[in-house]
Write a protein that binds this ligand. Structure first.
Ligand code: SF4
Length: 413
């Protein structure tokens, strides 16, 4: 029986398309344009009347998903950028220096300000700095301390001071005034959306699971480009409600679910459909990934880190700079995986060693050994690149995935 059409997936396409249209229209009409890294808190930009932002990493993921990732990578490589650099960077450089040609969104235009951070990786700072050099655009770099445990109060203050510096810089460059009340409103929309996002992810606990990790990968997009908006809040409510209804009606993505798996690393954007279909045919469902459950949480936890009306938005945004996995030390990563394995009843873990994202991949062998020892469940390491399809072999990956399922089966018998 095929699944019903999903209004939430249709809505995702609509709000993302409208978001890019709005970005281009406002930029063409004189809005101040920032390009930001994904961890830069977008809610800050809501404090200005006419500032729009684009997220090159999000655009790169979308390009890979639409099958043009390798095309843009090759353009960057022809300009002399190494094939060993992160494919997000190569896709963005290829798109930017070819004026948006082949992009699913007509590119991202040109920014008035670049805002990066060294939270996820230092490559990102170097990548954004190319545009500072080539286009003479100011580049604001947020320095976020690495994350070995709960953020220290001094680190929170250090980040808040940098946010204040960023706000002053935008005021100076754009001539616009900043209004903290607007940021407070944006925070409420973000929090409402995050509450529903967590509700959506909880359906992975159901047997069979109400979701696949591929659903949550796709549904992450508004986190990057629409945080702090009514559309963000409404979309995640719609998604969680729809998933709840499907579960109640017995409509599951992998109804014959025999193997519940966990994914470790960034999404394989060019393989979402092919990989999920082939796994489902084998009764395997990758139900979750720390990469998607980290939004709205801190330091490897799953539960929502709440923002209450009246809290200082900048302090909250600084504290939540510790949400993503890349800047975690090994102990936090092991905690995040362990929590998922226990809470979701995981049978095996797929460690996707990512040729692009060295910071995500470097600790995976240690994580794999730790998981095998502590939980005594089979794990496998596959090779891929999250956005450059040229560095992925489906036959090699599935040889190992099939072996993983066999190992799970023999551990049961
Ligand atoms: S190397 Fe990893 S963290 Fe850095 S930009 Fe690429 S995907 Fe993001």
């Amino acid at each position: 029986m095929s699944r019903k059409k999903s209004p939430a997936f249709a809505n995702l396409t609509r709000i993302m398309r409208d978001g890019y249209m709005d970005f281009h229209t406002r930029a063409a009409n004189g809005a101040f344009v920032a390009w930001i890294a994904i961890i830069v808190p977008a809610e800050i930009f809501a404090g200005f009347d006419n500032v729009v932002y684009a997220v090159p990493e999000s655009h790169a993921a979308m390009s890979a998903g639409r099958g043009v990732g390798a095309i843009q990578c090759e353009k960057a490589e022809k300009l002399g950028y190494s094939m060993d650099l992160c494919s997000y960077a190569r896709i963005d450089i290829g798109t930017a220096f070819d004026n948006g040609k082949d992009s699913p969104t007509m590119g991202l235009g040109r920014p008035n300000l670049l805002v990066s951070d060294n939270n996820n990786c230092s490559l990102l700072v170097k990548w954004f700095d190319i545009y500072r050099r080539e286009w003479k655009v100011p580049h604001f770099i947020l320095d976020v301390p690495f994350c070995y445990g709960p953020q220290k109060p001094a680190d929170t203050l250090y980040i808040v001071e940098q946010f204040k510096g960023l706000i002053s810089e935008i005021e100076r460059l754009s001539g616009q005034d900043f209004d903290m009340e607007k940021v407070r409103r944006a925070m409420e929309y973000t929090m409402e959306g995050l509450t529903h996002w967590k509700r959506f992810l909880e359906f992975a606990k159901h047997r069979p699971s109400g979701i696949t990790v591929f659903d949550s990968f796709v549904q992450m997009a508004p986190f990057l480009t629409l945080r702090g908006t009514p559309q963000f809040a409404a979309h995640y409510k719609m998604l969680a409600d729809e998933t709840q209804q499907r579960v109640e009606e017995g409509d599951f993505p992998v109804p014959n679910e025999k193997y519940r798996l966990l994914w470790d690393n960034i999404a394989p954007w060019h393989q979402l459909r092919a990989m999920s279909k082939r796994l489902a045919e084998m009764g395997a469902n990758i139900v979750a990934a720390p990469y998607t459950s980290c939004f709205g949480s801190l330091e490897g936890a799953h539960k929502l880190y709440p923002y209450k009306n009246g809290d200082d938005p900048l302090a909250y945004l600084a504290r939540t700079q510790n949400n993503t996995v890349c800047p975690y030390g090994l102990a936090l990563r092991k905690n995040a995986l362990g929590r998922a394995i226990e809470e979701l009843g995981i049978d095996g873990v797929v460690f996707a060693s990512n040729r692009s994202c060295k910071v995500f991949s470097l600790m995976q062998l240690d994580e794999k050994m730790a998981v095998e020892k502590k939980y005594d469940i089979p794990c496998v390491m596959i090779d891929l690149d999250h956005a450059d399809v040229r560095k992925y072999s489906e036959s090699a990956a599935f040889l190992r995935l099939e072996a993983l399922l066999e190992n799970i089966e023999s551990a049961r018998s």
